[in-house]
Design a protein around this ligand. Structure first.
Ligand code: ABU
Length: 497
């Protein structure tokens, strides 16, 4: 005899609508209390570090055959929160993103509650128009005439840089779309040796080849050397290659350097090259009257990457690609799938914007940023930027006064501050031949101690000829002077031997 579903005990115990509603309310309360309020409290740890084998024992990751109870699910939520890094904590200064913006969070949750996919107007009417409004305002802030051009929200800055390479290549050689790379000359693009690794990665992904990304020297402040850029453009021409693009950086990932955009724009006009500016990190400074001069010349770019989830603290992910060219994104990427982008719809199908993306399904990342922007106004965004730049200046001033700290750049341009910490046992030994080798081991050791205690999180890296140094990112305007004083003392405490 065939059993009805209700005869099967585990299925009969599935929660009903009221239980779902109660579950959601309790889950939201738990997230607020534990993942937002407690997680950002200065008295709590930034991370409770566990080795992978131990973590697998502590969080029940196995997927069950039968449903788990709500009590078990609440416990799982608590475990996930307990062992995750608290990136909203004021002592998380490890990455180019941090903090929890309450309006951004609500925008993110609202988007998740509605679960849209922004490809057609019929499925995402509000978000389609919202994207148009926000991207146009961003283009206006960049300085494109009347905010002209086009733009898209992308899954991260690397992909936005990939769009730049794709559009630049299409602009240079439109046949590429249908005929591919076959028969083309060797395409070459230029970026500084301190530029983000995504330029090489995406050049490789797009079939240009990482060897054809010519790396340009940087000066002592980490800025692209434009004399070397011109030499390399000429070299590529002498080689019979086809230079097509320069990717400048506004706010390099490690040092926070801003390339000289006006001089780069001059060279791009002279040699007819697409000028892209990777302002994923530094783009936020454009909203500040005081700091936007760092990006002077960006208004001459063909395209820009700008990630509001970085300096402007929108929740992850919120990345944009902006271009002054009206049609390039569509012409270069559209595939006109008839099952989705029917041209005989009853409304104006120019609002079906999804075909200019390489993604099909796509989150409404615009919502969290738009909602934050509404809540704070452009003035609020500007105040945030001015505060984080003041914080970077304060922190720099403090460490310059302390024995044992040495700046990598005398004056950082952005809010990532790079420095060495020389522990007492190494001081006065700068002339020894193995000094750099020993200094190289200091930051990883301090970092290990810091993570194991969970007392703060700051990253380190080598760069070019430099041994490992710390990069402390001041991007959360909730960080106070007492917090920055704590960072100094904590690094001294952890590296006191
Ligand atoms: N573009 C990702 C940057 C990662 C970081 O250094 O925080």
């Amino acid at each position: 005899e065939k059993k009805s579903k209700s005869d099967v005990p585990w299925f009969a115990s599935l929660p009903n609508k009221q239980q779902h509603s109660q579950f959601l309310k309790e889950a939201i309360h738990l997230m607020l209390e534990k993942a937002v309020f407690q997680a950002t409290d200065r008295s709590s740890r930034v991370v409770e570090w566990k080795e992978p084998e131990e973590l697998l024992q502590l969080v029940d990751m196995k997927l069950p055959e039968n449903p788990e109870s709500h009590d078990k699910l609440f416990q799982l939520m608590k475990d996930v929160i307990q062992y995750s890094v608290k990136t909203g904590h004021p002592f998380f200064v490890n990455q180019l993103f941090s903090s929890v913006d309450p309006y951004g969070l609500v925008g993110q949750w609202l988007g998740d509650a509605l679960n849209p996919s922004v490809y057609t107007y019929e499925v995402s009417p509000v978000f389609t128009l919202m994207e148009e409004v926000v991207l146009k305002e961003m283009r206006q802030i960049v300085g494109f005439p009347d905010g002209c051009g086009d733009g898209i929200f992308c899954p991260g800055g690397s992909i936005a840089n990939g769009y730049a390479i794709s559009c630049a290549r299409y602009h240079f050689m439109p046949d590429i779309k249908n005929k591919g790379l076959h028969g083309l000359p060797r395409l070459v693009l230029f970026t500084s040796k301190d530029a983000h690794y995504s330029i090489k990665k995406l050049a490789s992904f797009l079939g240009i080849g990482s060897d054809n990304v010519y790396l340009i020297k940087t000066d002592s402040r980490g800025k692209m050397d434009t004399h070397h850029l011109e030499q390399e453009i000429l070299r590529s021409l002498e080689e019979g290659a086809a230079p097509f693009m320069v990717s400048a950086t506004a706010g390099t990932t490690v040092l926070g350097a801003f390339d000289p955009l006006c001089q780069i724009a001059d060279l791009c006009s002279k040699y007819k090259l697409w000028m892209h500016v990777d302002a994923a990190w530094g783009g936020g400074a454009l909203v500040s009257k005081k700091h936007r001069t760092l990006l002077e010349g960006i208004e001459r770019a063909d395209s820009v990457t700008w990630n509001p989830h970085k300096l402007l603290t929108a929740p992850q992910q919120c990345s944009t690609f902006l271009t002054r060219h009206e049609d390039v994104l569509s012409s270069c990427h559209s595939a006109s799938a008839q099952y989705l982008f029917q041209k005989d719809k009853f409304y104006d199908t120019q609002y079906d914007t999804g075909d200019k993306h390489i993604q099909c399904g796509r989150r409404a990342d615009v919502l969290k940023f738009w909602f934050m922007w509404k809540a704070k106004g452009t003035r609020g965004l500007e105040e945030h930027i001015d505060t984080v730049f003041e914080n970077a200046a304060y922190f720099t001033e403090q460490i310059k006064k302390r024995a044992g700290f040495r700046m990598v750049l005398r004056e950082p341009e952005c809010t990532n501050v790079c420095f060495w910490y020389i522990p007492p046992s190494l001081r006065g030994q700068e002339d020894q031949p193995d000094f750099n080798e020993r200094l190289h081991k200091v930051a990883p050791k301090i970092k290990e101690r810091m993570i194991k205690e969970g007392s703060m999180m700051v990253t380190y890296q080598p760069l070019n000829e430099h041994p490992n140094f710390f990069r402390l990112v001041l991007q959360n305007s909730g960080v106070e002077k007492t917090d920055m004083d704590y960072f100094v003392k904590e690094i001294e405490r952890l590296g006191s031997d």
